[in-house]
Design a protein around this ligand. Sequence first.
Ligand SMILES: *[C@@H]1O[C@H](CO)[C@@H](O)[C@H](O)[C@H]1NC(C)=O
Ligand SMILES: *[C@@H]1O[C@H](CO)[C@@H](O)[C@H](O)[C@H]1NC(C)=O
Ligand SMILES: *[C@@H]1O[C@H](CO)[C@@H](O)[C@H](O)[C@H]1NC(C)=O
Ligand SMILES: *[C@@H]1O[C@H](CO)[C@@H](O)[C@H](O)[C@H]1NC(C)=O
Ligand SMILES: *[C@@H]1O[C@H](CO)[C@@H](O)[C@H](O)[C@H]1NC(C)=O
Length: 415
Amino acid sequence: MRKKKPLQTVGIWNVKTMVESGVMMLLIIGALVTIVFYYVDIDHEEQKASRPVVYDTSVYDSLEGCDLFSGKWVHDNDSYPLYKDLDCPYIYGDFACGQYGRMDSKYQQWRWQPHACNLPRFDAKEVLERLRGKRVIFIGDSVTRNQWVSMVCMLQTVIPLGRKKMEKVRHVSLFTFKAFDYDVSIDFYWAPLLVESNGDHPSKHRTNERIVRIKSIEKHAKNWINADVLVFNSYLWWRMPILKILNGSFEDPKQYNIVDNHNGYKMVLKTWSDWLHTNINHTRTHSYFMSMTATHHKGVEWGKKGNQNCFNETEPITKDGFWESGSDLKMLMMLESSLNNLKTKGVNVQMINITQLTQNRKDAHPSIHRLHYSPLSDEQRSKPSSYADCTHWCLPGVPDIWNELLLAHVLRKHK
Ligand SMILES: *[C@@H]1O[C@H](CO)[C@@H](O)[C@H](O)[C@H]1NC(C)=O
Ligand SMILES: *[C@@H]1O[C@H](CO)[C@@H](O)[C@H](O)[C@H]1NC(C)=O
Ligand SMILES: *[C@@H]1O[C@H](CO)[C@@H](O)[C@H](O)[C@H]1NC(C)=O
Ligand SMILES: *[C@@H]1O[C@H](CO)[C@@H](O)[C@H](O)[C@H]1NC(C)=O
Ligand SMILES: *[C@@H]1O[C@H](CO)[C@@H](O)[C@H](O)[C@H]1NC(C)=O
């Protein structure tokens, strides 16, 4: 008993010393790491200066006049996937299928083959070089985020550690990826309904009732002005049957109208078009709109029985012109008509028409292989298809192709 006390004291003293020396060690290691990075950076700069990169700039120009969206999926495990999921630290819980137990990988190995021409082989360095000095912003919902993460993954593998940075901008729904050596910024702005709504928080937006201020876009849109490329996408959140349209502010939510989703979509496209027309310098900023993407909730549409969906699917649908019933053609036509209307005013917004090409890819959704935000019930466990995500897309995968199609248009314009 007597010997215990001094021992304890010694023990505490030891811990204290250990903490202190540990802090010192960390400081020393930190300093060393900083020095090492400093030299790595200098080394990198010198290499760049002595070996200028020259790329063939004609590849993208030669696509002029080719309808890139009409084509077919071809299995090509030589060229795809464009990156490995474990090599991209930014793949988010909803898209990280491999990390959440998806074992098959054929879904990553499909090339989009336009009927009338060939897409250039993707080269991250060339793309970064041609985007030099540019800021690209993806604006929209979780499908947009899916595409943004894909773009970052496609580009980031060729950028050394310390020469890139990913961050959330404070007090704004803006996430930004920067490639320092190219002065390139690839951003994502969360605005699932484009205008102000009760879904504006990037992560806390679950509710049974969607409330929208249909004419109020400025609060979000003021963050989009100084970009070179704007990529819009707003479809998924307009799929709920009705929306509450607020006349006043969220502080005084007494005056509202209930509208159906089609009327709401028409109204928001009007707000968006008017804003784009009057606020954007279209010589500097080129705008794109991603068309709606397919979901695969109804297995009966491709010959499955009962209530099956994309769960356990590993092959694309082969039928030409397949169309799943969740894709709302009427909304696509509203978008088209808005874009045509803008065109008559001299504003050219290119639609990246990925609707048809996503129809066949029932094999490419996360299904059950993703982060689950709440624990699964026993009932769910016994019937995995009941909680399958057939809306988003695994990475690497189909969104990589959307980005190749987007880049084919962007890089032709920004010479
Ligand atoms: C989108 O592309 C498909 C395939 O080429 C075509 O059938 C469809 O008409 C296009 N839709 C629009 C709105 O351009
Ligand atoms: C690529 O696919 C072909 C069939 O299309 C297959 O024979 C080959 O083993 C595959 N290669 C790899 C590396 O997976
Ligand atoms: C909305 O508010 C405006 C004035 O701010 C008013 O003129 C209009 O009647 C209101 N509409 C509805 C449906 O309450
Ligand atoms: C629009 O952008 C172009 C290209 O950056 C620039 O030359 C022009 O001055 C801008 N126009 C206005 C009105 O700011
Ligand atoms: C998944 O599909 C394979 C055949 O494609 C089948 O053998 C297997 O039973 C299916 N698994 C489940 C859990 O349905």
